[in-house]
Design a protein around this ligand. Structure first.
Ligand code: BGC
Length: 434
């Protein structure tokens, strides 16, 4: 025990100095700020949360035996498939193809971007008359089911596409090839919410949330139209899914290492919440933490030398290290001296714990805003999707623990469910029910 005490203390001080310690964050304060930003966004007042109306309701029955094309344009992959639901609402997915998301590895222009989508859709475009298009980026949705890209996230490089209507641009190109499917665009969190509703329906939940923590992060929930003060054209008796764009939340605590890391990204100052919790960034943030630890002589000279050589660290590598710091010497941190390994492990665990706390505050805000979950008989259904949420060591456990602490005393019940292929299934639901 004794030799570890100073090390533990040194790490504790480092975490406190750089605001990396989750225990120093008061979840109630962040939650209040989150709820306030949500209200402001709904009312059209200045807010870091776009609170985008989607014109998608969750109560429409899904017609069985009608094929629909589902597209899932995610952070890394672009998946295309045909989906058919049976009488019980179970989806069958076929004609499945996986491509790389355009703009991921190199910058593409507007024409190349949309031409690629049309090319990937062409082989299946004749198999159905509707396309449900799950688009994992911030887009302003129009009542006709299209969406205009507001900003790129997740380091996608296609600047000419910002401000463009996604569905319309692809439809024009498909038309020139003889296809005229009706395209419905929706955010991946909204698709996830719909997938939760379509698969979790028999459980009779009070309300539905779609939560994503993968390459990026975001949340959607169902809001009453009367509360969407920024739109005057909505049926006051109705409700619809709202895309919160929670990755752009700004009123969260962050430290100097977070700021330094943000400055290295493609869009400094934007989506700072996402950069503290999601898969595209957690690895890079952990590397920035290690480099700072090396500069401040928290690591040994040998360890510091190794970290100085390291240009990149992925979230997957951080997770592999968390699971087994001795797994393989070929891993980027495999050769660190034992004591530096322990320090790294403590630092990464702190970064992950803070991310889990912030994710739980985000989910709690959506649950509370939904107004549901007052009875354990009808909890709020949180359909969670994304590799970071499920694959990062103990992440889901940590989130659930925080959710209980935040929502339990308020007497609010929610349940996290997992539905495989949520983005595709939800896109299919939207394509069929608009
Ligand atoms: C995007 C959101 C998306 C989320 C999860 C974020 O970077 O802005 O629209 O829902 O990632 O994929």
């Amino acid at each position: 025990m004794r030799p570890h005490t100073p090390l533990k203390e040194k790490v504790r001080r480092f975490l406190a100095d750089h605001e990396l310690d989750a225990a120093a964050i008061d979840p109630e304060v962040v939650l209040e700020d989150f709820l306030d930003e949500m209200t402001r966004g709904l009312e059209g007042r200045p807010s870091s949360l776009a609170m985008i109306p989607t014109f998608i309701t969750v109560d429409k029955p899904v017609p069985p035996r009608r094929p629909v094309i589902a597209v899932d344009a995610g952070g890394t992959n672009l998946r295309v498939a045909r989906v058919v639901f049976d009488e019980n609402g179970s989806p069958a997915i076929d004609h499945y193809s996986n491509y790389e998301m355009p703009g991921l590895r190199r910058e593409v222009g507007k024409d190349e971007f949309f031409d690629l989508f049309a090319r990937y859709l062409e082989p299946v475009a004749g198999l159905a008359d509707a396309v449900g298009f799950c688009f994992s980026y911030a887009a302003e949705i129009t009542p006709d089911g299209d969406g205009k890209l507001l900003t790129w996230t997740k380091e996608i490089k296609a600047p000419e596409v910002v401000g463009e209507f996604i569905g319309r641009n692809i439809a024009v190109r498909l038309q020139s090839k003889g296809f005229c499917p009706r395209i419905t665009l929706l955010n991946d969190t909204v698709a996830t919410l719909l997938a939760g509703k379509s698969v979790g329906g028999p459980r009779r939940y009070d309300s539905y949330i779609g939560f994503i923590l993968g390459t990026g992060t975001n949340t959607s929930y169902v809001e009453r139209n009367v509360r969407i003060g920024k739109r005057r054209d909505l049926d006051p008796k109705g409700a619809q899914a709202i895309n919160v764009e929670s990755g752009n939340f700004r009123r969260h605590p962050r430290g100097d290492i977070d700021r330094a890391f943000d400055a290295t990204t493609a869009d400094p100052g934007a989506y700072t919440f996402e950069k503290m919790i999601s898969g595209a960034y957690l690895g890079g943030l952990c590397l920035q933490v290690l480099k700072t630890a090396a500069e401040e002589a928290l690591l040994s000279a040998e360890g510091a030398g190794m970290i100085a050589e390291l240009a990149q660290l992925s979230t997957i590598e951080v997770d592999a290290f968390l699971r087994n710091p001795f797994a393989s010497d070929s891993q980027p941190l495999g050769g660190l001296p034992e004591e530096d390994k322990e320090i790294s492990l403590r630092l990464f665990t702190a970064v992950v714990e803070r991310a889990a706390l912030l994710a739980a505050v985000n989910i709690s805000a959506a649950v509370l805003k939904s107004g549901g979950g007052a009875s354990p008989l009808h909890p709020v259904c949180v359909n969670a999707d994304g590799s970071t949420f499920y694959k990062t060591k103990d992440f889901r456990l940590r989130v659930e623990e925080h959710l209980r602490k935040i929502l339990g005393p308020r007497g609010i019940f929610c349940e996290i469910i997992r539905v495989d292929d949520s983005p595709l299934i939800g896109a299919a639901v939207a394509g069929l029910t608009r």
